[in-house]
Design a protein around this ligand. Structure first.
Ligand code: HQG
Length: 182
């Protein structure tokens, strides 16, 4: 199994399990679970051949642990990053560390300075406890810039924080008052 086919399959799984399940006739439940057999047959109808072995390889090799299999092995989901309205995951609330980080691109700064960080298409603003991860995330959209978020202070003022199974921190909105620019 080549790295290229693992990457392509990972992108495809992100697309259908986070954003466009209906593109292959798939249904997700509110917690994001899809039936694995339906995923494989839906993908096949769209001309993409998947099997249990490659899905298992993608799940276990995902650097960010993006996907999760159910205990009985019958279902799969993306643990965070959704934009599809049929999913509304109920993450447990958690007290964040003092600081969290968000990587963005310089071209978004003007708008962020006006609105703070907003979830946009996704259901949450994504934050990391690691500077390197945040910078890599920002790099996807242009020249990266690291934003430092006073997460604990936000929490103390009543903002809710959640942590997905893969460690990614989530919140609804980060007002500019809690964001430090470089
Ligand atoms: C920016 C990846 C203008 C925001 C990562 C980001 C993450 C604003 C972009 C996960 C804004 C949205 C999510 C505002 C925020 N005005 N731009 N007010 N507020 N933005 O991809 O956080 O590899 O939806 O800074 O690791 O970049 O896919 O979110 O640049 O965990 O598993 O709008 O995706 O994970 O972009 O990334 P995204 P994100 P995967």
């Amino acid at each position: 199994m080549s790295q290229k086919s693992l990457n392509e399959t990972s992108k495809f799984l992100s697309y259908v399990l986070r954003h466009e399940p209906h593109s292959i006739g798939l249904t997700l439940d509110a917690e994001g679970w899809a039936d694995l057999a339906d995923l494989i047959s839906g993908a096949a109808k769209g001309g993409r051949s998947l099997d249990h072995a490659i899905i298992e390889a993608v799940v276990s090799s995902s650097d960010k642990k993006r996907f999760e299999r159910s205990q009985d092995g019958q279902r799969i989901r993306a643990v965070q990053g959704h934009s599809t309205p049929e999913v509304s995951r109920q993450y447990p609330q958690k007290v964040p560390p003092q600081l969290l980080y968000h990587g963005t691109a310089t071209r978004f700064l003007e708008s962020i300075e006006q609105q703070g960080l907003i979830a946009g298409q996704r259901h949450h603003v994504h934050l990391s406890h690691e500077v390197e991860t945040a910078i890599a995330v920002g790099q996807r959209y242009g020249k990266p810039v690291l934003l430092t978020i006073s997460a604990l202070q936000m929490h103390e003022q009543g903002f809710r924080f959640y942590q997905a199974e893969n460690g990614v921190w989530l919140t609804e909105h980060v007002p500019m008052a809690f964001i430090r620019l470089p």
